[in-house]
Ligand binder design. Sequence first.
Ligand code: BGC
Length: 913
Amino acid sequence: MNAKLRQKKFLITFLGIILLSLFSCKQEVTKEKAKNLTVSEGFKNPVGFYNPKPTFSWQLPVSENIESQSAYQIVVASSKDLLPNNADLWDSKKQKTSHSTFIKYQGAQLQSRQKVFWQVRYWNQDKNASLWSDVNHFELGLLKNSDWKAKWTGLDTAKDSIKGVRKFLMHRPQYLRKGFELNSEVEKARLYITSKGVFDVHLNGKDVSEDILTPGWTPYNHRIETLTYDVTDLLVSGKNAIAVELASGWHSGRISRGKAVYKNFASPKVLCQLEITLKDGSKKTIISDETWKGTTNGPIRLASLYDGEVYDANLEIPNWNTATFEDSSWQNTAIEPIADSVKLEPKRHTTVKQMAVLEDVTIVSTTKSSAIFDLKQNMVGVPKVSVPMKKGDTLTIRFSEMLLSDNTFYTKNYRSAKSTDYYIAAKDGVIEYTPKFTFHGFQFVELSGFDASVKPSVSWVKGVVHHSNFDKNGTFTSSHDKLNQLQSNITWGLRDNLLDIPTDCPQRDERLGWTGDAQVISPTAMYNFKMHAFWTAWLQSMRETQSEHDNGLVPFIIPDVLQNNRASSGWGDACVIIPWDIYNTTGDKRVLEENFEMAKKWVGYYQSKSNNYIPTIHSFRDWLQPYPTKGGKMGNRGDTPCSFVNTAYFAHSAHLVSKIAGVLGYVDDEKKYKNLYKEIALAFENKFFDKNGKYQNKKQTQTSYLLAIYFDLLKPETKVKAQKHLLETIKNADNHLGTGFLGTPILPKVLDDMGEIELMYTILFKETYPSWFYSINQGATTMWERWNSFSKEGGYNPQSMNSLNHYAYGAVGQWMYERIAGLSALEPGYKKIKIAPIPNQPLTSAEASVNTPYGKASSSWKIENDVFYLEATIPPNTTAEIHFPEILKSKKQEIKTVSAGTYQFQIKLESNE
Ligand code: BGC
């Protein structure tokens, strides 16, 4: 459809607006209580909570009589019985404010293990008090190293000297246990536990939790996270046993190509403290120490995150984790004291869990001894296999993201990651196996070594999806199948790369916390998933890592296993950009407070490496820009030069630091960094642009203009001219995008600000390379690392750095929510919402919803029989601006301000012909 026709469709007249507000007729005064009470970054009644200085948030119920809050009161007590009238820890008293999120606790100092109860009431817009909310609670974990009496315990597995890929030391997984007796029933029991390595813990033969790969990945030289479990129901009067499976994980396993960072891959160890209160009033504590027994002769023979797991069922040890087991023949364990220098702190975000199981499987091909299964979705996790085997045979389980043209596996892009599991059968018959201490990125599974007399069945393989356990936060859908597929690919790309930390990719010998990838995707990630705690936890790791560098350097990856003392513009800036994004999404100022010093130091790093405001640091630049001038690995960096990207990001980070200082009330810093930003911007314009707003370089790139415009680095008159040059670069690309990691997320925002909606739709809906739909046309079910990772005609990109599961290009997802569906935060945390959809061909409808800190907000539009329908839901205690689509450029855009409620509008479209 040509542009003129498209326009015709949208010449509209506002014939009438039907407004259905919930608040048209108020009924009697409500008593409805506040709901969805959470502490800090969205925790509901946590056990083993990390923060003795929490914040409190709640939501007002959706109701006819509740539009907003005029006051609140929070009461906090050491026992439920004291609430609401005798709060012994804190009574906020009635506070006249509409704030209902992230209210700081200001009561008595809280201690490790303390269980705290709280409730809240609010007054609505008419000053009517609600009933008190239900009583919520949180229980603190062990906050200080000195709370731990336990010792790091384990077997010396380094001495076995097993060498794996690239001669990396491999540790045999350990089975550790301790029997103990209790002479009374149990009143209450808490298990505090962590490991150097990854663990799975059992009490009396039962799983303590469904957590996976705990404790997760932090900079272990600074901090190891600890878990707390309520195990009251798992203990009995009489004989008990605690048992731990322990493997290398990130701590002691092969990670990246880097050198050994964590004490030369020292043997994994467990640290656990089981604190029991008995019904007779006495207390007992079981700790990990030298009285524990261990063996490496268990069924899991080897386990590596990159390379897979080897399981020999012949070595299963029946009942090893129960109280009746006799462990006298097992080895004694060695202990290691707790070091003061490594902080032990409760995990500050949710653990990895099984989040879905893919069961819709087809068989692609079979041979006499092998079969390939298709899970129809590129996923991350482990397989669950039920396969007939013969005793003594080895089942080999291989993985692949996509197939080669002859239906064989494409594994070149796993690089050195073996990503293969093995299962050795102990008997004839159907075996069931799910690997425990590894994960794979795959869509296809190949089995070989099964009982060849049985015909392979689709029931043999399921895909168990693993990622950090956060809730879905938003939805986006439209009338266009490929756009919906893009949304699906974006959300799968996120699920697949949010396994305890944000990773670049989940399948090859990398899977690292690349900062640049994270900074471009974080807004889209937060639209789709509730990730407040996930990001703030990773930012703590970033701060700890930066503290190793006096000059403020933030390394390429967090945790930094590369240890190469290098930083990149566009990557290290994650330390400024992500806190700012989180603040805007949640309204939580604490994330700014926590990270302000880090952000300033990072800007200081640029400053220390600059000549006349042009930094000379390294940069990955506009990584993986299409059609680079240079080929091969250097081509990966694209054509926007290093000094350009450095200066642009230096200015942008300085600008954001100024804005953050403004929010925090640091007036001097606000001014200082604003001036710095302006000086850098001036130097930037003088160096890189001429008077006609043209970028002074033979190779014109879209990203050079995008960065200059979006970061506001040009004088207004230069900017207007630069915008024209940007349009030229796009025209020269036949209206295709020409951007890599850094340019892609801002392309839609810049074109949108310029009013070039039509053009952005054209780019977004392009089917040919390079475009978002191109990978979909080639069969993608996730976002790819490269715009041309694969094509049906040409096959796979020849470079082995070719992940089919990299989230960066999914950053367009933010614009899909904000502008296609039209739902965004106008003020931090959605206190004020903007509904501003931009309908355009080929769409006839789009809708998005987001669980804001105040409740669900949504925007949904459709065009039917020349009528434009818009429905918007605005949660209590927020207001919204509804911007009606500016379809006729000459028509002044109409804006309505509304409060909480659900509104429906109908507007007749008229033809101009
Ligand atoms: C990673 C990226 C990362 C890049 C830095 C790659 O190996 O997979 O996503 O940002 O290196 O250039």
